[in-house]
Design a protein around this ligand. Structure first.
Ligand SMILES: [Mg+2]
Length: 402
């Protein structure tokens, strides 16, 4: 084996286009520059899709009703959104990122994580490479992109906001915790309003104060998310940049039987196995999903699908299995039991597992009842344990009683 040389410290960048929709509109209509611009539909039902910095000074924000935004800033120019144009510019932006590094994870139309470890060596490193990319985006697309390069995704995400507008920050290797310390806890992507309130009651306002808290107290408050929160506050986040380039739209498993099956218990067992595999895939890819879909094909080849969308995105095998079971029961009750040729279970509405602590602040409602937050955490802890055992000893090692 060739000597891989010394291991380079990770350099993770978060690229975020500044007021993206507004920037695209200004690139084709220079008269909009320097003036308050609201992208969105006019009229009583219109909503602000993007607000320029000039209009934000008056309190305008995206997702605000257009009428309210115009009351705050009557002189604003309203531009109807052109999503085709935004998608075209976004595609070229992501293309440029993929020319910069093979490991690019798009997290939206206007932002992406890029692994810049070893990029730009031996000449200016990650900083020079990112600066060159920013210049290219300016020159070719006529929009601005703010960037932070750091040791982890968490720090890079927090930092790119500080780099706005139109800036580039590099947090030196090993300085993530020091960089994050003065910022408000709400700047951490995983701290939602309720978690911030819980922490605020303890007098915790800054990320530095959070990093200094006793981990045992965090576990009492937030369960298994506590240690993760503590680590993130110190800028430690082992989540790699997922370089496959796209987020799967659905994850599913199905099986076609050699002979049609009429035994309900057998079908339930197969469904439970599907749930297990779908759940494992979700957790492996760091995702959650909200919609669970059951697919059944009868012996006459007619196929039906039934879906249920949950209150909150889930990733536990138990939650997926429960939804699948309920769909199965409802289908059999409505259609009667017939010989089954194929049975499948899948999830859609897939989102990043942002580890929003507020997922656990309220009870999670499922089709057949209510699971306590503690129950959700227990399910997820059990999944992690089983996933870990499987990874070490192979998939046959554990079976759960579903
Ligand atoms: Mg943006």
């Amino acid at each position: 084996m060739p000597d891989p040389g010394p291991r380079l410290p990770p350099r993770i960048a978060h690229f975020d286009l500044d007021t993206f929709f507004v920037a695209v509109e200004r690139a084709r209509d220079a008269s909009l520059r320097g003036r308050p611009v609201l992208v969105g539909r006019a009229g009583p039902r219109g909503v602000v899709a993007a607000a320029s910095y000039e209009s934000r000074k008056f309190g305008c924000r995206s997702a605000m009703p257009m009428t309210q935004a115009l009351r705050l800033c009557p002189q604003a120019i309203v531009v109807a959104p052109d999503f085709t144009a935004y998608r075209t510019v976004s595609a070229r932006f992501h293309e440029m990122l993929r020319e910069l590094s093979p490991v690019v994870e798009s997290v939206g139309i206007d932002e992406a994580y890029v692994d810049l470890t070893g990029i730009g060596e031996p000449t200016g490193g990650a900083y020079a490479a990112a600066a060159a990319l920013r210049a290219r985006v300016h020159a070719d697309l006529d929009v601005a992109v703010s960037v932070c390069i750091a040791g982890s995704r968490t720090t890079a995400k927090v930092g790119s906001d500080r780099a706005k507008p139109d800036g580039l920050i590099e947090v030196p290797v090993g300085d993530d915790a020091t960089f994050l310390a003065p910022f408000a806890i709400r700047e951490l992507p995983m701290v939602g309003p309720k978690a911030a309130e819980t922490l605020g009651r303890m007098g915790v306002r800054t990320i530095g104060q959070l990093a200094a808290l006793d981990e045992r107290w965090l576990v009492q408050q937030f369960g298994s998310a506590g240690p993760v929160l503590s680590a993130r506050a110190r800028g430690l986040d082992p989540t790699p940049v997922n370089g496959n380039g796209r987020v799967a739209r659905s994850i599913s498993r199905e099986v076609t039987f050699l002979e049609d099956v009429t035994d309900e218990a057998e079908l339930r067992r197969v469904l439970a196995r599907h749930a297990e595999r779908v759940g494992t895939d979700l957790r492996d890819s760091g995702k959650r999903a909200r919609t669970v879909t059951l697919k059944l094909r009868w012996d006459d080849f007619t196929t039906l699908t039934r879906s249920h969308t949950l209150e909150r995105p889930v990733q536990s095998t138990a939650a997926i299995a429960e939804a699948g079971r309920a769909l199965f029961d409802a289908t059999i009750a409505a259609e009667g039991m017939r010989p089954v040729r194929l049975i499948g279970l899948g999830v859609t509405n897939i989102v990043e597992d942002a580890l929003q602590l507020d997922f656990f602040d309220a009870a999670t409602t499922t089709m057949t009842g209510t699971t306590t937050p503690a129950g959700v955490l227990r399910d997820e802890e059990l999944d992690r344990t089983i996933d870990g055992l499987r990874a070490r000893f192979g998939s046959g090692v554990v079976k759960r009683g579903l």
